[in-house]
Ligand binder design. Sequence first.
Ligand SMILES: Cc1cc2nc3c(=O)[nH]c(=O)nc-3n(C[C@H](O)[C@H](O)[C@H](O)COP(=O)(O)OP(=O)(O)OC[C@H]3O[C@@H](n4cnc5c(N)ncnc54)[C@H](O)[C@@H]3O)c2cc1C
Length: 253
Amino acid sequence: GQRLRARVLIGCDGKTSEVASRARIKRTGWRYGQTALVCAIAHEKPHDATAHQFFMPAGPLAILPLTEDRSSIVWTERQDEANRIQALDDANYLQELRPRFGDFLGDISLAGERFAYPLELSIAQKFVGDRVALVGDAAHAVHPIAGQGLNAGLKDIAALAEVVTDAHRRGEDIGRVDVLERYQQWRRFDTMTLAIATDAFNRLFSNDNSLLRAIRDIGLAATNSLPGLRRGFIREAAGLTGDLPRLAQGKPL
Ligand SMILES: Cc1cc2nc3c(=O)[nH]c(=O)nc-3n(C[C@H](O)[C@H](O)[C@H](O)COP(=O)(O)OP(=O)(O)OC[C@H]3O[C@@H](n4cnc5c(N)ncnc54)[C@H](O)[C@@H]3O)c2cc1C
């Protein structure tokens, strides 16, 4: 029952943001009909700090290195199939996983709890309102195929912190909508591009159409054989491109 007062409220409460709905900010998007099954896997052989992603018609299987001989999997399946697999006991779950995972890391076993996340695109129509700003998935939840959601949220925070700090130094009211709109203007294009790119990536990679398969094989081969292009993708994925906020460049505010 305690009432708190502040100049601005930052909504960082995820894709079903209550802050956004109370600020009457509507959302746009759609469900992908895919669910990501997530858990930690222990394996016999070392992963050599290398991530793998296998593209299958229902969606990708990402194998992401953790500490010691363990990796986290993000295993995307069509919704019904994912529900069926998630309902299996651990032994049968592993039985389903093994042929998809392969044996390049030796024998595998479960190393933690199993989670299931239905996937959707959910973009707030505005990132700011009257004394409100949204960051992270509260502003933009995208398909995890490119592993960029958290990175985008961190860039939001760096940009908002810079806008608010600079406004405060100039003596402006940090909660005024025209101040917060500077943050929206900074981040909107980047996050919309990310939403469109991840959506297109998912359509291109999560299907078995032979023409699309040929296009993506050519694209991957070109990326592999052109070091400049590959470096460009790595810099993009690492969040080192574009108009970077000071915090994202490792500089103080
Ligand atoms: C399967 C999957 C794999 C992913 N893989 C990657 C990846 O490899 N790399 C990457 O960069 N991103 C990845 N992402 C995306 C990433 O997980 C999200 O972008 C990120 O977690 C968003 O962080 P957030 O803090 O904005 O929202 P969330 O992580 O959703 O956190 C919001 C928090 O707010 C809390 N909350 C909500 N309402 C309230 C309330 N009323 N009161 C108090 N607390 C509240 C919630 O409990 C939650 O803890 C993945 C996403 C999924 C689903």
